[in-house]
Ligand binder design. Structure first.
Ligand SMILES: [Zn+2]
Length: 102
């Protein structure tokens, strides 16, 4: 069975559990969690900005399913260790435009 990281953006926590079709619920607040992929590295709980960036990735459907996707997200989308949310959104939009014209 392959496992993945389920993230709760309300609690800013992630839980390593097996994959499932239905979204798992957070054991702490019972909200639905988001499957962020096996290679997701949760930011520290107090790094609210980092979590906001991860939420943006989740909203756009980015996941850390493979090593390659992790490298892609880090190099093309995040770029720096502590990127600004607005910059991340801008880079995602640019990537989307590129994919459309390719
Ligand atoms: Zn929660």
């Amino acid at each position: 069975m392959s496992y993945t990281h389920w993230a709760c953006f309300d609690c800013r926590k992630s839980f390593a559990k097996d994959e499932s079709e239905a979204a798992r619920k957070c054991p702490e607040c019972a909200e639905k969690m988001i499957d962020m992929g096996a290679y997701f590295e949760p930011p520290r709980r107090l790094s609210k900005k980092r979590w906001d960036v991860m939420k943006v990735l989740a909203d756009y459907g980015y996941k850390f399913n493979t090593k390659d996707s992790k490298v892609y997200i880090q190099n093309r989308i995040l770029q720096t260790k502590n990127p600004r949310v607005a910059d991340v959104v801008e880079r995602i939009e640019l990537e989307k435009q590129k994919q459309r014209t390719e």
